[in-house]
Design a protein. Structure first.
Ligand SMILES: *[C@@H]1O[C@H](CO)[C@@H](O)[C@H](O)[C@H]1NC(C)=O
Ligand SMILES: *[C@@H]1O[C@H](CO)[C@@H](O)[C@H](O)[C@H]1NC(C)=O
Ligand SMILES: *[C@@H]1O[C@H](CO)[C@@H](O)[C@H](O)[C@H]1NC(C)=O
Ligand SMILES: *[C@@H]1O[C@H](CO)[C@@H](O)[C@H](O)[C@H]1NC(C)=O
Ligand SMILES: *[C@@H]1O[C@H](CO)[C@@H](O)[C@H](O)[C@H]1NC(C)=O
Ligand SMILES: *[C@@H]1O[C@H](CO)[C@@H](O)[C@H](O)[C@H]1NC(C)=O
Ligand SMILES: *[C@@H]1O[C@H](CO)[C@@H](O)[C@H](O)[C@H]1NC(C)=O
Ligand SMILES: *[C@@H]1O[C@H](CO)[C@@H](O)[C@H](O)[C@H]1NC(C)=O
Length: 784
């Protein structure tokens, strides 16, 4: 079977060149692909070094003493391969780097703590030791698509499949150890309700669970306190088996493999997450469905559709016809093609009407010019726009798919504009009550479930069940002076105070932290301060910067946070030369939306951030965006009444209610989020001087482009479909509605961004606030 050859390297390694099997690698040691050298583990089972890949070399770890040379870990898998003249060096300063003769040096590990030696362990873990011979870095902490015995997949980490058997770039599928204790598989492009195609069904386990593989080939889940919850497979009958690995394969299925002690055998599949290769959602692209033929998945197009690319059938299908302009008068001319027993997840249904028969459903759809397809099932008729996504044959679904096709063929042309104008007119008439209705209706549609077994992730993810380790540490000023070397290394300055880098000691070793010295804090009792700290401390979400401790000493108030070495989103967007690609930016927007959603709706006490802007979003090592500085607005309150009036955020991001002196609610954050969303989408600041005049104020420009149906102007030179871009823009325009009530909640924003509800066109009413009227802006102060 083909996938057994996974990662089989076409190149034959030449073990004769291998360096000696000394397991300790001293500073000064180096490797180079030219002399084909690598570092072996003591038994010779694993090797670390360069292996041939594409037209160059990658750095990774592989099984050395089986002929398949299966790769289990790769450094920076999405980067282009290294050239043959690169050198991998454990420097005498204790940094592990790869240096191509041309281009940038790549640091593998060892910034904060210099390594005194390194070792390729027999477990398959490549480790760096610190001066006190503790491990300061290990490859086991950064899994790619495989875990090995003794390597846990810890909470909030994931494995991502390869693109194909021969290409180890990140592919389409992932398996995530979620913070609710569930191990779940999703397509990379759609995490959330309804998109999971397999789960361990252990969401009752709670925060801190991990997936483990033992040396006898048992895959099992443990809870935070180390209790074995369940195992995924039965114990392997261990005759002559010696090695194991668990890998999410390029086809999206998670498999446990064993290899016998006979070198010449192949990998054997002990267990798979699924037997049906059509199960992984997203295997086939838009408007196509997965069909299992003799066990192998095939992507097929519905009638009157053709492959977007005959050579790559998994890219999806497009219409091989064009509809004439749909108007009230000509709807009778449309006809439908029909598919029986197919289900589509994430089909962007915008209306659910009841229809007694399939024919009623057809006529509902033909009467509605927005309807491009309809799903009929049990007297219900879901009307959709194309594309249909994530289709598969599902004989138990009894769903009839009706695709609207033209009664007559006509050239492309007037239709789109015309529809647009209709929509604009209708949407202008939308009042905020209509929004509420539409969102409710859309969420209603969402509740519709296909019968495929699926795991429903809690909407805004995460839970309040906080693990024990969350207890905040209380520091003395002296301790923090020590930690920061008397506050020498300033790494930032924000509205609330100055931030310093520091190092604190923990049971597990030293830890780099960011220490914020608060200024302008309203004098407040110790007890109250501790309570505020507690409220912040119990927040626990992967898109929020963690508070580790605080100091209340005399007049000093300091906060100790986890350290984010990658800096702020503002640096990434506006300063870095490396542009984040579209998918990356969409992911960042989603991260922030989820974090805010958590603050607004999931915390015990609701937290309004009050100062959402790119400077307050930090980027972690894994590229997740995390919200910083939340919960601090209350500490700056000028009176004890705990209302937010009188406070202010940063000019340009603040909602009109600040100016109008209206009560501040979570919707103020939604407004700031909307402004920031535009900045992220367009990679520029909300106000810029050296651009054409009509583009200077970003929100105005976005508004104008949307109104003119020219959103593609916003991101020049970038590969993104207009419909995706338009969705983002629409979400942003909803968020910056003048009326707080008209703005969606962050939960609704999250749903829209995840593509799980249809987004009605936002009302196009020009806000007076966007263009800076000096008189108006003068009336509120900006923070530094
Ligand atoms: C391989 O090349 C590196 C760098 O050029 C060198 O330091 C190392 O000694 C070489 N190893 C062997 C086995 O030739
Ligand atoms: C792997 O696939 C990616 C995208 O799918 C492509 O950009 C890259 O060139 C491929 N690499 C190799 C070595 O085939
Ligand atoms: C782990 O499971 C054990 C046994 O069911 C239970 O006593 C313990 O509280 C659990 N730990 C956590 C953190 O849920
Ligand atoms: C959990 O299972 C693993 C693997 O079988 C075993 O090594 C470990 O001792 C078990 N732990 C407990 C607490 O039972
Ligand atoms: C697409 O449409 C054209 C013209 O209508 C037709 O000739 C062609 O056969 C169609 N292609 C497929 C694959 O159905
Ligand atoms: C619609 O399609 C059906 C079958 O595909 C055909 O019998 C019928 O004549 C078509 N009607 C029109 C108006 O084209
Ligand atoms: C869709 O319509 C059907 C039939 O009227 C109804 O039973 C179902 O509850 C509706 N679903 C939603 C999500 O509104
Ligand atoms: C069809 O829907 C009705 C309610 O709308 C429900 O009572 C019935 O069980 C459904 N039938 C099937 C086969 O799902």
């Amino acid at each position: 079977m083909a996938f057994l050859l996974l990662f089989l390297l076409s190149f034959v390694f030449n073990p004769a060149n291998a360096q000696s099997r000394s397991s300790i690698i001293e500073p000064g040691s180096s490797l180079s692909p030219n002399n084909n050298s690598y570092w072996l583990s003591e038994s010779g089972q694993f090797a670390f070094g360069f292996y041939p890949y594409g037209n160059g070399y990658s750095v990774g770890i592989w099984f050395e003493n089986i002929p398949q040379k299966t790769v289990v870990w790769t450094l920076n898998r999405d980067d282009p391969p290294f050239t043959g003249d690169a050198t991998l060096l454990l420097s005498t300063q204790g940094r592990l780097t790869v240096r191509p003769t041309q281009g940038r040096e790549v640091l593998i590990a060892g910034v904060a703590n210099a390594a005194s030696s390194a070792s390729m362990l027999d477990s398959g873990n490549f480790v760096l030791f610190g001066s006190s011979s503790g491990i300061i870095w290990q490859s086991f902490d950064f899994p790619t698509d495989t875990i090995l015995p003794g390597q846990p997949l810890v909470v909030n980490s994931k494995l991502v499949s390869d693109v194909s058997e021969t290409n180890h770039t990140s592919g389409k599928f992932q398996i995530i150890m979620q913070d609710d204790g569930n191990l779940v598989q999703y397509p990379v492009e759609a995490v959330g309700v309804g998109f999971s195609y397999w789960s361990s069904e252990t969401n009752h386990v709670g925060y801190g669970a991990s997936l483990n593989l033992d040396s006898e080939g048992l895959l099992y889940l443990q809870n935070a306190t180390g209790f074995n919850i369940t195992s995924l497979n039965n114990k392997v009958a261990a005759t002559g088996k010696s090695i194991y690995r668990a890998t999410i394969d390029a086809d999206g299925i998670f498999r446990l493999y064993s290899h016998s002690s006979n070198r010449l055998d192949n990998w054997f599949i002990e267990w798979s997450s699924s037997d049906n290769k059509c199960d992984p959602i997203g295997l086939c692209g838009e408007n196509s469905y997965c069909f299992s033929m003799e066990g192998e998945p095939v992507c097929q197009c519905p009638p009157r559709f053709v492959y977007i690319d005959e050579e790559h059938k998994d890219l999806g299908c497009r219409k091989n016809y064009s509809l004439v302009a749909c108007t009230e008068r000509n709807y009778q001319t449309f006809n439908f093609s029909k598919l029986v027993d197919f289900s589509w997840k994430d089909s962007d249904s915008y209306l659910n009407v009841s229809a007694r028969t399939e024919n009623d459903c057809r006529s509902e759809c033909s009467r509605d010019c927005n309807c491009e397809a309809a799903l009929y099932n049990n007297q219900s008729c879901k009307m959709l726009k194309l594309p249909l996504r994530f289709g598969r044959r599902d004989t138990s679904s009894q769903i009839i798919t009706l695709l609207k096709i033209a009664g007559e063929l006509a050239g492309p042309g007037t239709r789109k504009r015309k529809l647009r104008i209709d929509i604009l007119i209708t949407s202008l008439a939308l009042a905020c009550s209509t929004l509420v209705f539409l969102v409710v209706a859309a969420i209603g549609v969402l509740k519709y479930r296909s019968r495929v077994q699926e795991y429903n992730r809690i909407l805004c993810s995460v839970n309040n069940r906080v693990a024990e380790d969350v207890a905040l540490k209380s520091f003395t000023l002296e301790e923090l002076k020590d930690a920061t070397n008397n506050f020498v290394e300033e790494i930032g300055k924000g509205a609330y105070g100055t931030v310093f880098r520091g190092v604190i000691s923990e049971a597990a070793g030293e830890r780099m932290v960011a220490i914020k010295r608060l200024e302008k804090v309203v004098a407040e009792g110790e007890r109250e301060f501790r309570n505020e700290m507690k409220a912040i401390g119990i927040t626990h979400h992967k898109n929020l910067v963690r508070l580790l401790g605080y100091c209340y000493d005399g007049t000093d108030r300091l906060l100790v946070y986890e350290y984010m070495k990658n800096g702020s989103l503002a640096d990434f967007l506006f300063k870095s030369k490396l542009k984040i690609n579209w998918e990356g930016r969409v992911e960042i927007v989603l991260n922030i939306a989820r974090g805010l959603c958590y603050l607004h709706e999931e915390c015990e006490t609701q937290i309004i951030h009050c100062d959402i802007k790119p400077e307050n979003i930090l980027m972690d090592d894994n590229g997740y965006a995390k919200i910083a500085d939340f919960g601090l607005a209350k500490l700056l309150m000028p009176n004890q009444s705990k209302t937010y009036t009188g406070l202010r955020g940063t000019m340009g991001y603040v909602a009109p209610e600040w100016v109008w002196n209206l009560p501040i609610t979570v919707k103020a954050d939604v407004y700031s989020f909307g402004i920031m969303l535009f900045e992220i989408v367009c990679c520029r600041r909300r106000v810029e001087a050296d651009v054409p005049e009509n583009e200077q104020f970003l929100a105005d420009w976005v508004y104008d482009c949307f109104k003119a149906n020219e959103v593609e102007m916003l991101v020049r030179n970038e590969e993104v479909t207009k419909s995706k871009l338009e969705r983002m823009v629409k979400v942003g325009l909803w968020c910056i509605q003048d009326e707080a009530l008209s703005r969606p909640s962050m939960k609704e924003v999250t749903l829209m961004l995840e593509g799980r509800v249809n987004i009605p066109d936002p009302p196009l009413l020009r806000s007076f606030l966007r263009s800076p009227d000096p008189l108006l802006l003068g009336s509120f102060v900006s923070s530094p």
